[in-house]
Design a protein around this ligand. Structure first.
Ligand SMILES: Nc1ncnc2c1ncn2[C@@H]1O[C@H](COP(=O)(O)OP(=O)(O)OP(=O)(O)O)[C@@H](O)[C@H]1O
Length: 576
């Protein structure tokens, strides 16, 4: 018996599995099978062609090939129908679960635990009822290295053949190479370290910046998985040959005529249009996006548009305000938690925002306000593309696209030691800088658009020349959000008539800012601001959105100020 099989038997004995009893198979409902197939649709879709090619060779040979997901659920089978019938007696069929924990030593379950190819022959199966089988399984890894499932070939024990293990390894490797070719922009191959011992060509997948985004097992053995995310030219990786290059297809095809419009984003200012075009291009590809801009410049709206016009539009868009979550809760919020893992946690546990975003988009707003500890945890997740819920030791793959945003100057934050450089480089696949409103040349047009939005059924009021001049000359510290507020007030005061200069109330904001900047007055103004925030929170019963509206500042700005002044929300916050 191999060491792997011996160790597996030991685990089974320690778990008190009784070899002579039948395995505790769960009967899985049709609905659950559909869900499992849905969860693994990408793996199945990409594996089907290969299984299709394998099928004719398995017919009349009493062999079947199976695909199982990373939990050991069988999700696809092909092969000899006679043997498939016999295999069903022990539930070796679609929908059944072959985790070692309840099926004992078996190729699928044991390969999942060991994360390496496993051959289990006849009597080496732990349960007597499975000992008529001989099975070989090899794990399938994503290009980023996460375990996706296993490919397994089973037959009767009399037909045991050592080559079946080689065959499953080749199928798993072919699948991984196929994933690599679908996901990377360019694939390069390294010279083989030792062509006698190396089974296949080491392949490396690169993004358009030549950063390593995936590797097959052979490359991983040669370079180690820690090189993921590094730029190939900066590495001493030896000579490489490009064997596939899709980059030319991605970028030229994103000509302006082919870009999908961002209907909710108004503006004609050249700086804004340039940012919008970058966003439209980013919607077509899957790179991480980093949105930079002051509060209220439209970062969240931009992120929504990138999501809604891209291929992930049918999946969820989940926005997370990183500055509003207390540091000790951020990991459980993002990555989820197991039941009872900390005081105040829900008994049944909860999935995190990354998993909730499924194959959609997670929008990490105010990323620059995250603590260094949380940044380290986030970086790990982005690198490994798996989350480990708080209190659990099981990691789960994540598929969401990441769009991050901040009003902070991240290079400056990095220099000050408050932001991790490696996280910054991970996040800034495509970087888009949104101009502040005061530097935009299209304030009157934007104002007309916002007024139109305010009166969807009627005719929006016009804005007189004097009123426009006021709007253009204001410094807009609150950006588009502030403009929205001013226009609501103006339309209300105009009472159905056109908006005149008198209706534009830019009251005090500039004066307040001027005074705030004068050093002598600073302490008392801070106090005033603190008190205003406290009162707004009290008046709205702790509703931050309403309090922000009352104070005429953005929600994020309010959160920031609350953190700065150490003002916490009553009860609800503590109960979180
Ligand atoms: N170009 C635009 N066209 C129309 N509406 C806009 C535009 N830019 C921003 N807005 C509107 O302005 C408001 C503020 O935008 P948004 O919340 O996206 O800003 P933000 O940069 O994410 O702010 P914060 O950093 O404070 O969260 C929203 O109501 C949004 O719909």
């Amino acid at each position: 018996m191999s060491t792997i099989v011996l160790q597996s038997w030991k685990r089974c004995q320690e778990s008190n599995l009784k070899a002579t009893e039948n395995a505790h198979d769960q009967i899985i409902s049709m609905n659950r099978i559909k869900e499992i197939i849905q969860e693994n649709h990408l793996l199945i879709r990409r594996s089907l062609p290969l299984f299709g090619r394998l099928e004719p060779f398995l017919l009349h040979t009493e062999h079947i090939a199976l695909l199982a997901d990373r939990h050991g659920n069988i999700i696809h089978t092909v092969g000899d129908p006679t043997f498939a019938n016999q295999a069903q007696k022990v539930q070796l069929q679609i929908g059944a679960n072959w985790k070692e924990g309840h099926k004992g030593t078996n190729a699928i379950g044991t390969a999942l635990i060991e994360k390496q190819p496993v051959h289990v022959q006849g009597e080496q199966h732990y349960f007597l009822e499975n000992q008529f089988l001989t099975c070989s399984a090899s794990p399938i890894f994503s290009t980023a290295g996460e375990l996706l499932g296993v490919v397994n070939i089973s037959t009767r024990k009399e037909y045991n053949h050592p080559l079946s293990l080689t065959l499953v390894c080749m199928v798993a490797e072919a699948l991984q190479n196929h994933f690599l070719s679908a996901e990377a922009d360019r694939i390069v191959t390294l010279p083989q370290a030792d062509s006698r011992t190396q089974r296949s060509l080491p392949l490396i997948g690169l993004d358009r910046d030549d950063r390593i985004v995936g590797m097959n097992e052979s490359a991983k053995r040669q370079l180690g998985s820690e090189v993921m995310g590094r730029v190939i030219e900066q590495m001493d990786a030896g000579m490489e040959n490009t064997i596939q290059d899709k980059r030319k297809r991605i970028w030229p095809s994103a000509s302006p005529a082919l870009l999908k419009p961002f209907p909710r984003l108004a503006g004609t200012c050249p700086r804004f249009l340039q940012a919008k075009m970058l966003g439209q291009k980013a919607a077509r590809v899957d790179f991480p996006v980093l949105l930079l801009g002051e509060s209220g410049t439209g970062k969240e709206l931009f992120a929504q548009m990138i999501h809604e016009t891209g291929p992930r539009a049918q999946e969820p868009f989940i926005a997370v305000n990183c500055s509003s979550i207390p540091e000790n809760l951020i990991e459980s919020e993002l990555f989820g938690y197991e039941g009872g893992s900390f005081t105040g946690a829900q008994r049944e546990g909860r999935i995190g925002k990354f998993e909730a975003a499924k194959r959609g988009t997670i929008f990490l707003d105010e990323i620059g306000d995250m603590s260094l500890r949380s940044q380290a945890a986030l970086l790990r997740v982005l690198q490994e593309k798996v989350v480990t819920p708080v209190g659990s030791n099981q990691s789960r793959p994540i598929y969401a696209r990441v769009i991050a945003a901040t009003h902070r100057n991240l290079p400056e934050e990095i220099r000050a030691g408050r932001f991790r450089a490696d996280l910054y480089y991970r996040l800034k696949g495509v970087m888009i800088q949104l101009p502040p409103l005061r530097s935009r040349t299209d304030i009157p047009e934007l104002a007309r658009h916002l007024l139109q939005q305010l009166s969807p059924e009627g005719v929006a009021p016009s804005i007189s020349r004097e009123a426009q001049a006021l709007l253009v000359s204001h410094s807009w510290p609150g950006n588009v959000r502030e403009l929205q507020g001013v226009l609501i007030q103006a339309a209300f005061l105009a009472d159905g008539e056109d908006i005149e200069a008198d209706h534009i109330q830019l009251e005090g904001l500039d004066e307040v800012r001027d005074v705030l900047e004068s050093e002598d007055a600073l302490p008392s103004l801070k106090e005033t601001e603190k008190e205003a925030i406290r009162r707004a929170i009290r008046a709205t019963g702790g509703n931050v959105s309403q309090a922000a509206k009352l104070l005429q500042i953005g929600r994020n700005t309010l959160y920031r100020k609350m953190a700065e002044y150490r003002i916490s929300l009553p009860a609800t916050w503590e109960e979180l």
